[in-house]
Design a protein around this ligand. Sequence first.
Ligand SMILES: [Zn+2]
Length: 377
Amino acid sequence: MEEEIKNKHREWLKQHEGLRFLKGVTKETINRKWELDYRDDKYDSSINMIEVSKREIPIEYDEESKTTKGKSCNKEEREKWIQETISNLEKENIGYDLHDHKGKCPHLTIYLDRDATKEEKEAIVSYYVPKESWEFVDTSLYGVHLIAVPYAVHWKYGTIKELVKNGGVLIINVHDEKFKKIINNNKEEYNVNLNLGGITAKIVSRIKITDLAIEHGARKGKGTKLYHCCFHNDEKPSLSLNDKKGFYKCFGCEKAGNIIDFVMESEHISKEEAINKLKERADIIEYKKENKSLGDDISKLRDVVLLNLAAHHTRDATELLCDYLKKHENIYTTKDDIDKTVDVVLSMGTELEKRMKGFKIGRCRIHQDGTSLILQK
Ligand SMILES: [Zn+2]
Protein backbone atom coordinates (compact mmCIF):
# COMPACT_ATOMS: atom_id res chain seq x y z
CA MET A 1 0.00 0.00 0.00
CA GLU A 2 1.25 3.51 -0.76
CA GLU A 3 2.58 5.49 2.18
CA GLU A 4 0.00 8.26 1.87
CA ILE A 5 -2.95 5.82 1.89
CA LYS A 6 -1.31 3.92 4.75
CA ASN A 7 -1.12 7.11 6.82
CA LYS A 8 -4.77 7.90 6.15
CA HIS A 9 -5.69 4.36 7.12
CA ARG A 10 -3.71 4.68 10.35
CA GLU A 11 -5.27 8.06 11.09
CA TRP A 12 -8.78 6.65 10.56
CA LEU A 13 -8.10 3.69 12.86
CA LYS A 14 -6.72 6.04 15.51
CA GLN A 15 -10.05 7.85 15.53
CA HIS A 16 -11.75 4.48 16.13
CA GLU A 17 -9.44 3.25 18.87
CA GLY A 18 -11.00 0.66 21.20
CA LEU A 19 -13.18 -1.02 18.58
CA ARG A 20 -12.75 -4.63 17.56
CA PHE A 21 -11.52 -5.43 14.08
CA LEU A 22 -10.49 -8.10 11.60
CA LYS A 23 -7.36 -8.35 9.46
CA GLY A 24 -7.17 -9.22 5.77
CA VAL A 25 -10.80 -10.29 5.45
CA THR A 26 -11.97 -11.60 2.09
CA LYS A 27 -15.34 -12.85 0.86
CA GLU A 28 -14.31 -16.33 2.02
CA THR A 29 -13.20 -15.42 5.53
CA ILE A 30 -15.97 -12.92 6.35
CA ASN A 31 -17.42 -15.11 9.11
CA ARG A 32 -14.22 -15.17 11.13
CA LYS A 33 -14.51 -13.97 14.73
CA TRP A 34 -13.21 -10.49 15.38
CA GLU A 35 -10.05 -9.70 17.25
CA LEU A 36 -8.66 -7.40 19.93
CA ASP A 37 -9.39 -3.75 20.55
CA TYR A 38 -7.50 -1.60 18.09
CA ARG A 39 -4.83 0.67 19.54
CA ASP A 40 -2.43 2.87 17.63
CA ASP A 41 0.62 0.93 18.87
CA LYS A 42 -0.90 -2.21 17.34
CA TYR A 43 -1.25 -0.59 13.93
CA ASP A 44 -1.49 -3.07 11.12
CA SER A 45 -2.16 -1.97 7.56
CA SER A 46 -4.06 -5.19 6.85
CA ILE A 47 -6.93 -4.28 9.21
CA ASN A 48 -9.87 -4.00 6.82
CA MET A 49 -13.00 -4.58 8.89
CA ILE A 50 -14.00 -2.89 12.11
CA GLU A 51 -16.97 -2.84 14.44
CA VAL A 52 -19.41 0.00 13.76
CA SER A 53 -19.09 2.58 16.52
CA LYS A 54 -22.18 3.29 18.62
CA ARG A 55 -21.63 6.96 17.84
CA GLU A 56 -21.74 6.75 14.10
CA ILE A 57 -24.15 5.49 11.48
CA PRO A 58 -23.10 4.11 8.12
CA ILE A 59 -25.75 4.61 5.46
CA GLU A 60 -25.57 1.98 2.74
CA TYR A 61 -28.11 0.53 0.37
CA ASP A 62 -28.75 -3.12 -0.39
CA GLU A 63 -29.79 -4.27 -3.84
CA GLU A 64 -32.76 -6.19 -2.42
CA SER A 65 -35.72 -4.70 -0.56
CA LYS A 66 -35.97 -5.79 3.06
CA THR A 67 -39.78 -5.62 3.04
CA THR A 68 -40.91 -6.67 -0.46
CA LYS A 69 -39.58 -9.99 -1.65
CA GLY A 70 -38.06 -9.90 -5.15
CA LYS A 71 -38.03 -6.10 -5.35
CA SER A 72 -34.63 -4.64 -6.17
CA CYS A 73 -33.06 -1.30 -6.99
CA ASN A 74 -30.27 -0.33 -9.41
CA LYS A 75 -27.02 1.56 -8.96
CA GLU A 76 -28.40 4.82 -10.39
CA GLU A 77 -31.26 4.79 -7.89
CA ARG A 78 -28.90 4.11 -5.00
CA GLU A 79 -26.57 6.93 -6.06
CA LYS A 80 -29.55 9.29 -6.43
CA TRP A 81 -30.78 8.41 -2.92
CA ILE A 82 -27.33 9.04 -1.43
CA GLN A 83 -27.28 12.48 -3.13
CA GLU A 84 -30.77 13.27 -1.80
CA THR A 85 -29.73 12.16 1.69
CA ILE A 86 -26.69 14.44 1.48
CA SER A 87 -28.86 17.42 0.54
CA ASN A 88 -31.23 16.64 3.46
CA LEU A 89 -28.23 16.59 5.81
CA GLU A 90 -26.83 19.80 4.33
CA LYS A 91 -30.13 21.61 4.93
CA GLU A 92 -29.47 21.12 8.67
CA ASN A 93 -25.69 21.50 8.37
CA ILE A 94 -25.19 17.94 9.69
CA GLY A 95 -21.63 16.65 9.28
CA TYR A 96 -21.04 13.64 7.03
CA ASP A 97 -18.34 11.65 5.24
CA LEU A 98 -18.89 10.06 1.87
CA HIS A 99 -16.62 7.12 1.08
CA ASP A 100 -16.46 5.20 -2.16
CA HIS A 101 -14.99 1.75 -2.73
CA LYS A 102 -16.19 1.51 -6.35
CA GLY A 103 -18.67 -1.20 -5.38
CA LYS A 104 -22.44 -1.29 -5.42
CA CYS A 105 -22.88 2.17 -3.87
CA PRO A 106 -20.94 4.94 -2.05
CA HIS A 107 -21.21 4.89 1.77
CA LEU A 108 -22.34 7.80 3.89
CA THR A 109 -21.38 8.14 7.54
CA ILE A 110 -23.03 10.50 10.03
CA TYR A 111 -22.01 11.14 13.64
CA LEU A 112 -23.95 11.17 16.92
CA ASP A 113 -23.56 13.05 20.21
CA ARG A 114 -23.82 9.85 22.26
CA ASP A 115 -23.91 6.06 21.95
CA ALA A 116 -27.13 5.08 20.21
CA THR A 117 -29.12 1.84 20.08
CA LYS A 118 -30.08 0.08 16.87
CA GLU A 119 -33.62 1.47 17.17
CA GLU A 120 -32.37 5.02 17.55
CA LYS A 121 -30.04 4.65 14.60
CA GLU A 122 -32.85 3.35 12.44
CA ALA A 123 -35.09 6.25 13.41
CA ILE A 124 -32.39 8.81 12.60
CA VAL A 125 -31.61 7.28 9.21
CA SER A 126 -35.27 6.94 8.25
CA TYR A 127 -35.63 10.64 8.98
CA TYR A 128 -32.88 11.69 6.55
CA VAL A 129 -33.10 9.21 3.66
CA PRO A 130 -35.76 9.58 0.92
CA LYS A 131 -38.90 7.72 1.94
CA GLU A 132 -38.96 5.38 -1.07
CA SER A 133 -35.42 4.26 -0.31
CA TRP A 134 -35.95 3.15 3.32
CA GLU A 135 -36.75 -0.43 2.38
CA PHE A 136 -33.29 -0.74 0.76
CA VAL A 137 -31.23 0.70 3.62
CA ASP A 138 -28.89 -1.90 5.15
CA THR A 139 -30.05 -1.66 8.78
CA SER A 140 -28.07 -4.74 9.84
CA LEU A 141 -25.14 -2.32 10.26
CA TYR A 142 -26.75 -0.54 13.20
CA GLY A 143 -26.13 -3.14 15.87
CA VAL A 144 -22.87 -4.85 16.60
CA HIS A 145 -21.57 -5.29 13.11
CA LEU A 146 -18.39 -5.17 11.09
CA ILE A 147 -17.88 -2.66 8.32
CA ALA A 148 -15.13 -2.10 5.74
CA VAL A 149 -12.36 0.22 6.90
CA PRO A 150 -11.56 3.20 4.62
CA TYR A 151 -8.07 3.20 3.02
CA ALA A 152 -7.84 -0.59 3.28
CA VAL A 153 -8.55 -3.29 0.71
CA HIS A 154 -12.33 -3.80 0.67
CA TRP A 155 -13.26 -7.34 1.80
CA LYS A 156 -15.75 -7.82 -1.04
CA TYR A 157 -14.58 -5.68 -3.94
CA GLY A 158 -10.80 -5.75 -3.43
CA THR A 159 -10.69 -1.98 -4.02
CA ILE A 160 -9.55 0.80 -1.67
CA LYS A 161 -12.38 2.66 0.08
CA GLU A 162 -11.58 6.37 -0.09
CA LEU A 163 -13.11 9.59 1.18
CA VAL A 164 -14.63 11.44 -1.77
CA LYS A 165 -16.58 14.17 -0.02
CA ASN A 166 -17.33 15.55 3.39
CA GLY A 167 -19.47 18.42 4.51
CA GLY A 168 -21.59 19.92 7.27
CA VAL A 169 -20.36 20.37 10.82
CA LEU A 170 -23.12 19.44 13.27
CA ILE A 171 -23.21 16.21 15.21
CA ILE A 172 -26.67 14.68 15.49
CA ASN A 173 -28.53 15.09 18.79
CA VAL A 174 -29.95 11.62 19.44
CA HIS A 175 -32.43 13.04 22.01
CA ASP A 176 -34.14 15.20 19.39
CA GLU A 177 -37.94 14.89 19.62
CA LYS A 178 -38.27 14.29 15.87
CA PHE A 179 -36.44 10.95 16.20
CA LYS A 180 -38.35 9.87 19.32
CA LYS A 181 -41.63 10.00 17.43
CA ILE A 182 -40.28 7.61 14.80
CA ILE A 183 -38.95 5.21 17.45
CA ASN A 184 -42.38 4.96 19.06
CA ASN A 185 -44.04 4.26 15.72
CA ASN A 186 -41.50 1.59 14.83
CA LYS A 187 -41.95 -0.20 18.13
CA GLU A 188 -45.41 -1.41 17.17
CA GLU A 189 -44.12 -2.73 13.88
CA TYR A 190 -41.25 -4.47 15.64
CA ASN A 191 -43.58 -6.40 17.96
CA VAL A 192 -45.58 -7.64 14.99
CA ASN A 193 -42.39 -8.99 13.44
CA LEU A 194 -41.82 -11.17 16.46
CA ASN A 195 -45.22 -12.86 16.15
CA LEU A 196 -44.44 -16.27 14.88
CA GLY A 197 -46.24 -17.65 11.89
CA GLY A 198 -45.63 -19.73 8.78
CA ILE A 199 -42.01 -20.50 8.08
CA THR A 200 -40.67 -18.86 11.25
CA ALA A 201 -42.91 -21.07 13.40
CA LYS A 202 -41.75 -24.16 11.54
CA ILE A 203 -38.10 -23.19 12.01
CA VAL A 204 -38.55 -22.35 15.69
CA SER A 205 -40.29 -25.65 16.39
CA ARG A 206 -37.33 -27.59 15.02
CA ILE A 207 -34.22 -25.51 15.71
CA LYS A 208 -33.02 -24.31 19.10
CA ILE A 209 -31.72 -20.76 19.06
CA THR A 210 -29.48 -21.88 21.95
CA ASP A 211 -27.72 -24.35 19.62
CA LEU A 212 -27.15 -21.60 17.05
CA ALA A 213 -25.81 -19.19 19.66
CA ILE A 214 -23.38 -21.79 21.02
CA GLU A 215 -22.16 -22.52 17.50
CA HIS A 216 -21.43 -18.79 17.17
CA GLY A 217 -19.42 -18.62 20.37
CA ALA A 218 -22.02 -17.85 23.09
CA ARG A 219 -21.17 -19.52 26.41
CA LYS A 220 -23.56 -20.31 29.26
CA GLY A 221 -22.91 -18.08 32.27
CA LYS A 222 -22.29 -19.63 35.67
CA GLY A 223 -25.28 -19.58 38.01
CA THR A 224 -27.51 -17.71 35.57
CA LYS A 225 -29.78 -18.48 32.64
CA LEU A 226 -27.96 -15.85 30.59
CA TYR A 227 -25.16 -16.48 28.12
CA HIS A 228 -21.97 -14.60 27.33
CA CYS A 229 -23.05 -12.76 24.18
CA CYS A 230 -21.63 -13.79 20.80
CA PHE A 231 -22.14 -10.30 19.33
CA HIS A 232 -20.08 -8.26 21.74
CA ASN A 233 -17.16 -8.75 24.11
CA ASP A 234 -19.32 -9.86 27.01
CA GLU A 235 -17.59 -10.28 30.35
CA LYS A 236 -20.70 -10.72 32.45
CA PRO A 237 -23.33 -12.90 30.76
CA SER A 238 -26.04 -10.69 29.24
CA LEU A 239 -27.57 -12.66 26.37
CA SER A 240 -31.04 -14.09 26.96
CA LEU A 241 -32.14 -16.95 24.69
CA ASN A 242 -35.64 -18.37 24.40
CA ASP A 243 -35.83 -21.66 22.46
CA LYS A 244 -39.61 -21.85 22.63
CA LYS A 245 -40.14 -18.46 21.02
CA GLY A 246 -36.91 -18.53 18.99
CA PHE A 247 -36.03 -15.15 20.44
CA TYR A 248 -32.83 -13.51 21.66
CA LYS A 249 -32.04 -10.32 23.50
CA CYS A 250 -28.74 -9.00 24.79
CA PHE A 251 -28.85 -6.58 27.71
CA GLY A 252 -25.28 -5.54 26.93
CA CYS A 253 -25.25 -4.62 23.25
CA GLU A 254 -29.06 -4.44 22.99
CA LYS A 255 -29.23 -6.78 20.06
CA ALA A 256 -32.57 -8.53 19.90
CA GLY A 257 -34.78 -10.33 17.43
CA ASN A 258 -36.07 -13.66 16.24
CA ILE A 259 -34.16 -16.71 15.02
CA ILE A 260 -33.91 -15.32 11.45
CA ASP A 261 -32.49 -12.02 12.70
CA PHE A 262 -30.01 -14.04 14.72
CA VAL A 263 -28.62 -15.82 11.67
CA MET A 264 -28.56 -12.60 9.59
CA GLU A 265 -26.68 -10.83 12.34
CA SER A 266 -24.18 -13.52 13.20
CA GLU A 267 -23.38 -14.58 9.64
CA HIS A 268 -23.67 -11.19 7.93
CA ILE A 269 -26.16 -12.50 5.38
CA SER A 270 -29.47 -11.30 3.96
CA LYS A 271 -32.88 -12.27 5.30
CA GLU A 272 -33.49 -14.55 2.36
CA GLU A 273 -30.17 -16.35 2.80
CA ALA A 274 -30.82 -16.75 6.52
CA ILE A 275 -34.28 -18.24 5.92
CA ASN A 276 -32.90 -20.67 3.35
CA LYS A 277 -30.13 -21.75 5.70
CA LEU A 278 -32.57 -22.33 8.55
CA LYS A 279 -35.09 -24.09 6.32
CA GLU A 280 -32.40 -26.46 5.15
CA ARG A 281 -31.35 -27.18 8.71
CA ALA A 282 -34.96 -27.67 9.85
CA ASP A 283 -35.62 -30.05 6.96
CA ILE A 284 -32.59 -32.13 7.87
CA ILE A 285 -33.82 -32.49 11.42
CA GLU A 286 -37.27 -33.38 10.14
CA TYR A 287 -35.80 -35.88 7.69
CA LYS A 288 -33.86 -37.51 10.49
CA LYS A 289 -36.97 -37.80 12.65
CA GLU A 290 -38.97 -39.44 9.90
CA ASN A 291 -36.23 -41.77 8.70
CA LYS A 292 -34.44 -42.53 11.91
CA SER A 293 -32.39 -45.34 10.40
CA LEU A 294 -32.40 -43.88 6.89
CA GLY A 295 -33.02 -47.43 5.68
CA ASP A 296 -30.85 -48.41 2.76
CA ASP A 297 -30.53 -44.94 1.35
CA ILE A 298 -26.80 -44.55 1.87
CA SER A 299 -26.38 -41.70 -0.61
CA LYS A 300 -28.57 -39.49 1.55
CA LEU A 301 -26.92 -40.76 4.70
CA ARG A 302 -23.58 -39.20 3.81
CA ASP A 303 -25.07 -35.75 3.25
CA VAL A 304 -27.10 -35.84 6.41
CA VAL A 305 -24.15 -37.05 8.50
CA LEU A 306 -21.82 -34.40 7.08
CA LEU A 307 -24.34 -31.63 7.70
CA ASN A 308 -24.78 -32.80 11.27
CA LEU A 309 -21.03 -32.82 11.77
CA ALA A 310 -20.76 -29.31 10.33
CA ALA A 311 -23.41 -28.21 12.83
CA HIS A 312 -21.46 -29.92 15.65
CA HIS A 313 -24.28 -32.43 16.18
CA THR A 314 -21.77 -35.23 16.57
CA ARG A 315 -24.12 -37.46 18.54
CA ASP A 316 -26.79 -37.34 15.88
CA ALA A 317 -24.20 -38.06 13.21
CA THR A 318 -22.82 -41.12 14.99
CA GLU A 319 -26.30 -42.37 15.87
CA LEU A 320 -27.26 -42.38 12.21
CA LEU A 321 -24.10 -44.24 11.24
CA CYS A 322 -24.54 -46.77 14.03
CA ASP A 323 -28.08 -47.51 12.99
CA TYR A 324 -26.85 -48.16 9.51
CA LEU A 325 -23.99 -50.35 10.71
CA LYS A 326 -26.12 -52.49 12.96
CA LYS A 327 -28.49 -53.10 10.13
CA HIS A 328 -25.95 -53.86 7.44
CA GLU A 329 -22.91 -55.39 9.12
CA ASN A 330 -22.47 -58.54 11.18
CA ILE A 331 -20.56 -57.87 14.35
CA TYR A 332 -18.96 -60.80 16.18
CA THR A 333 -17.57 -60.74 19.68
CA THR A 334 -15.57 -63.17 21.82
CA LYS A 335 -17.03 -61.70 25.02
CA ASP A 336 -20.05 -63.52 26.37
CA ASP A 337 -21.11 -60.85 28.83
CA ILE A 338 -23.39 -58.65 26.76
CA ASP A 339 -23.85 -56.13 29.56
CA LYS A 340 -20.30 -54.99 29.05
CA THR A 341 -19.25 -52.65 26.34
CA VAL A 342 -17.80 -54.36 23.31
CA ASP A 343 -15.27 -52.56 21.19
CA VAL A 344 -15.36 -53.40 17.55
CA VAL A 345 -12.62 -52.46 15.18
CA LEU A 346 -14.34 -51.99 11.90
CA SER A 347 -12.97 -53.49 8.76
CA MET A 348 -11.75 -50.93 6.32
CA GLY A 349 -13.22 -50.51 2.91
CA THR A 350 -16.82 -51.15 3.82
CA GLU A 351 -19.39 -49.61 1.57
CA LEU A 352 -20.16 -47.13 4.32
CA GLU A 353 -16.61 -45.92 4.62
CA LYS A 354 -16.28 -45.51 0.89
CA ARG A 355 -19.32 -43.24 0.95
CA MET A 356 -18.03 -41.25 3.91
CA LYS A 357 -15.10 -39.86 1.92
CA GLY A 358 -12.85 -37.74 4.10
CA PHE A 359 -13.88 -39.45 7.31
CA LYS A 360 -12.37 -42.59 8.71
CA ILE A 361 -14.59 -44.71 10.86
CA GLY A 362 -12.65 -45.78 13.91
CA ARG A 363 -13.66 -47.85 16.85
CA CYS A 364 -17.30 -48.78 17.28
CA ARG A 365 -18.58 -49.38 20.79
CA ILE A 366 -21.65 -51.51 21.26
CA HIS A 367 -23.52 -51.72 24.50
CA GLN A 368 -27.06 -52.29 25.57
CA ASP A 369 -28.12 -48.66 25.88
CA GLY A 370 -26.88 -47.72 22.45
CA THR A 371 -24.02 -47.91 20.08
CA SER A 372 -21.36 -45.28 19.68
CA LEU A 373 -18.89 -44.82 16.96
CA ILE A 374 -15.75 -42.76 16.67
CA LEU A 375 -15.30 -40.71 13.56
CA GLN A 376 -11.88 -39.44 12.61
CA LYS A 377 -11.18 -36.80 10.06
ZN1 LIG B 1 -24.41 -8.57 23.27
